[in-house]
Design a protein around this ligand. Sequence first.
Ligand code: GLU
Length: 458
Amino acid sequence: MTVTVRFAPSPTGQIHIGNLRTALLNWLYAKRDAGGRFVLRFDDTDAERSRREYADGIEADLAWIGIAPDQVVRQSDRVALYDAAAERLKAEGLLYPCYETPDELDRRRKRLAARGLPPVYGREALRLTDDEKMSVEAEGRRPHWRFLLPNFAGDPFAPQRTEITWNDILRGPQTVDLASLSDPVLIREDGSYLYTLPSIVDDGDLGVSHIIRGDDHVTNTGVQIAIFRALGLTVPTFGHHNLLTTVSGEGLSKRSGALSLKTLREEGYEPMALASLAGLVGMPGSIDAMPNLEALGDRLEFGEASTTASRFDPAELDRLNADLVHAMPFEAARDRLAEVGVPGDEAEPFWAAVRGNCAKVGDARLWAGVVFADAFDRAELSDDDRAFLRAARDLFPDGPVGEATWRDWTGRLKTETGRKGKGLFMPLRLALTGRDHGPELAALLPLMGRERVLARLA
Ligand code: GLU
């Protein structure tokens, strides 16, 4: 069987790391299989809130991570399919018109609650005669449509425990009792579709074999399996991953913006830092920086995921990013080094010297300033240290500045001045770089070159 998965965002905002988790788990699941397919489906039936620019932004975010969909579909192009499925369900009496207003439903729920009963819809609309329906419609009321859950033997007003079970690839065996649920509304009063039916029709039509999504959909899945069956469609395999929250425990929202992929990209994070965190949080084992999606896929084990929410901690993202940058080969940084003004012929040794001191590639700008600047503010130094620097200037080795220069120079300084340890290195570091910490001076000296070194010691 070809594995076909889909990622189905509604294009109503920018996707965040929680949405990335869904996309990524689907992608990695499908790509474990040689012929695995990944469909990007835009759930854009809500015409008011859906925007093309958000859809384009989502595609760009996925491309940045390295996810290239095999197919892109938009629900707004596919309404005829949903209409056909709805007609079929109506003809079979499985989709029935209801006329209650939200207020009426609310009053009913309160009455049930007062009697200690669960707030399950009592199928009152099923009792309406054709005449009654016609007269409500004559008053100008339009129906919304509910799917008749198969949770009864012969009498829909006497629901019985009806278990829908599936073996979840992330949570193990799951059970939903259809008798505990209200018949879901599939079509609104204005004729528009809620998410449920279009999603099932598309999953069937596009041959989706595996649905991996957030565990906020677990109950939905029970309902959806019943509808898949009612439509004669093959029921896919399901997997529900836990959701991510902020550090303070709030849910992530497409509208909050701050943790969107776009913002994090603009802040200079590496795509694999995000992907590693989004993929590995809440999974067995430690969260490590994975160099690429393939390695992440190899690390992931589907089957033992956490069932409680995981916190998205920006400090963890910083750690993963720094780990990636510290190990980043020059080739991967080359273009961005050019952007921050590192001269091309010195970029490779420069990167080797500074990457261990960069939490983001963009931090190279700071070190480029330190290494290649003609002048910068020197830290405050004592008279003693100034005298030491004059000696250091005089003792700077002749000949080309190379790998061994630092060792030769500091060796001589030790002998001539008697200084050692911090007393020897710190004034040099402060004079040469303007700061008290940073990359190995042995590696920086050849990049600075004799003239800059001598000028900074003067
Ligand atoms: N558009 C739905 C959502 O974002 C898709 C859910 C699903 O994967 O079925 O919640």
